[in-house]
Design a protein around this ligand. Structure first.
Ligand code: GLC
Length: 507
């Protein structure tokens, strides 16, 4: 019995030891997994670092590329597109104008009644229509017919107070937020699609001609008098209210900037010099690239697997890489890629990598933002997004905190880089320093969902810009949210370039 008891005790002791060893091994395994996961994050953090010195190099590179892109066609990856907008709205515009704002998964149709200096924007109406995903990758006819249909329906709802004059053709400002080589204020050919659109047949075609064809098919009496990028529309919309607006930046699904240049300072402009002396330039800064950009393997992989990949030369030349590091279409996807690697290489979410986590673009930037802003003590929102969106249930607080850190690394890098881009523009315009005795104020009109809804991104961008500029200069720069400026701006540009105005604006 005793023996047996001893035996049993021995067996028991052995079992306890084995179990303890298992727990220790498990812990060791877990802690080495954790260490591996932390190493992945440390590496990410190092590669994404944006110290002020690096941001200054990025800003300088942006200024250099701006000069190069202005000097000649193809002189830089920055397209520096001449917008033909040389009459920025002054406030004198009068009458009823339409706008169509297309640049993402939704488009908007608007009409505004302008009442000149006294009246301003007297009345406006708009409607938002979403684009079925199949039309984003279909044929140009399908897309433009669909848009013209919505436009016709909208025109049909003109009311007593807001209708076109009987003897006048309706005029439309068309905001088309993709890279377009403008050939005049009301024509331009599509260079390539961005932001998830891929209608190959439309590339190289005049988008106004395509839209006009569709408008005619619907029997609408309407003429496109201005074709503008959303940055250009936002700039015009901003300038309407603030004469000191010198540039506009979009931080949304995509990112881009436009600014007001001296027409005489554009070597590649061969047209007559406008009396205003000004010309708005659409930079298409999403395609900016520089060896100073803090690029990671996640960015390279994202680029190569995107709808618009760049050529991969020495693992580094990527298409629209600045946009892919900054804008709303991509931030969530970068975070997902980091998490996926941590799951695969460090078992961060357990032994099985959930299928959802492996699905590209499943983590949208609004979800990333919700996690990043989660202020609850147990990071409830993070837990919910992980479970519902990425298929990772039951996460510990420790794991959730790590997720917030990753969101912070990726969002901060994007925000800092966009601040550096703005500094690049200010440098180009000589507004990054104070001139003796001059009282200068520079307003930059900002718009886009990322800027509007992702507060931590916006704050980081604004704080970084201030730091880069220093207190004194920062005091002369105003970032102004130009809410939905691109639509109104297009209508205003249709007005300032109206077909009914006399053409006497050139020397
Ligand atoms: C993309 C487009 C650009 C647009 C920007 C913001 O970068 O190429 O034309 O201005 O998105 O919508």
């Amino acid at each position: 019995m005793r023996k047996a008891v001893v035996g049993a005790a021995l067996v028991g002791a052995a079992a306890v030891c084995a179990a303890a060893a298992l727990v220790v091994r498990h812990r060791m395994k877990n802690s080495s997994k954790w260490a591996k996961a932390m190493a992945i994050i440390k590496d990410l953090d190092d590669k994404c670092a944006t110290p002020l010195g690096k941001l200054r190099q990025v800003a300088d590179a942006m200024t250099v590329e701006m000069h190069a892109g202005l000097a000649s066609e193809g002189g830089s990856k920055l397209k520096m597109i001449i917008s033909y907008v040389d009459k920025i709205p002054t406030g004198d515009e009068k009458g009823l104008f339409y706008a169509l704002d297309l640049g993402g998964t939704n488009f908007r149709v608007l009409r505004v009644k302008l009442g000149g200096k006294e009246g301003g924007v007297m009345q406006q109406e708009f409607e938002e229509v979403s684009i079925p995903p199949e039309l984003m990758v279909g044929s140009p006819e399908q897309l433009f017919d669909y848009i013209a249909e919505a436009l016709a329906k909208f025109v049909a709802t003109e009311s007593e107070g807001l209708h076109a004059e009987p003897d006048k053709q309706r005029e439309l400002g068309f905001t088309f937020s993709f890279p377009v080589k403008q050939t005049s204020i009301a024509s331009g050919t599509l260079i390539r699609w961005t932001k998830g659109f891929k209608i190959d047949d439309a590339v190289g075609k005049d988008v106004v001609a395509e839209l006009t064809k569709a408008i005619k098919k619907k029997g609408l009496d309407m003429r496109v008098t201005a074709l503008v990028n959303d940055t250009v529309g936002t700039l015009a919309g901003g300038r309407y209210y603030h004469p000191d607006v010198i540039a506009a930046v979009i931080l949304g699904t995509g990112t881009n900037a436009a600014y007001v240049e001296r027409a005489s300072a554009i070597p590649k402009w061969h047209g007559p010099l406008p009396k205003s002396g000004e010309m708005v330039i659409n930079m298409e800064w999403g395609n900016f690239r520089s060896s100073h950009l803090p690029t990671t393997e996640y960015d390279v992989a994202l680029d190569q697997e995107s709808l618009n990949p760049g050529e991969q030369i020495k693992n580094h030349v990527l298409l629209q890489i600045y946009e892919k590091m900054i804008s709303g279409m991509y931030l969530g996807e970068i975070v997902r890629r980091v998490l996926c690697r941590m799951a695969e290489e460090a078992g961060f979410f357990g032994d099985v990598v959930p299928e959802q986590l492996k699905t590209p673009f499943i983590l949208r930037t609004p979800d990333m933002s919700a996690m990043h802003h989660d202020a609850s003590p147990d990071l409830k929102v993070v837990g919910t997004v992980l479970k519902d969106v990425l298929g990772v249930p039951n996460t510990s607080l420790k794991v959730r905190k790590v997720i917030v850190d990753i969101c912070d690394i990726i969002a901060s890098r994007g925000a800092c880089l966009s601040a550096a881009g703005i500094l690049g523009i200010l440098k180009k315009l000589g507004r990054d320093s104070l001139k003796q005795g001059e009282k200068q104020k520079s307003v930059i009109a900002l718009d886009g969902g990322l800027f509007e809804h992702y507060s931590k991104f916006r704050e980081c961008m604004e704080d970084t810009l201030k730091e880069l500029l220093g207190d004194e200069v920062a005091g002369t720069i105003v970032i102004e949210h130009s809410n939905d400026g691109s639509g109104i701006g297009a209508a205003l540009l249709a007005a300032s370039h109206s077909h009914y105005l006399e053409e006497e604006e050139y020397y």
